[in-house]
Design a protein around this ligand. Structure first.
Ligand SMILES: [Zn+2]
Length: 63
């Protein structure tokens, strides 16, 4: 099974406090920490997780 995961640069895990260890799994709509295994849902009502990866999103718009 192919698994697409995107590392979330600059984000800190709320569980263990490690930086740059959070991965976004757009297939399952969760963020998972590689250090402690903490998981968080990123599903938004009416929007798929792909919306969070929009390259023209405001948080990434000045690159
Ligand atoms: Zn963690």
């Amino acid at each position: 099974m192919m698994r697409l995961a995107h590392i979330l640069d600059g984000l800190r895990c709320s569980g263990c406090g490690a930086l740059d260890v959070l991965w976004l799994d757009p297939v399952r709509g969760i963020v998972e920490c590689h250090e402690c295994g903490e998981k968080a849902s990123v599903m938004v009502d009416g929007l798929g997780p792909a919306d969070l990866l929009d390259p023209v999103g405001s948080w990434d718009g000045d690159r």
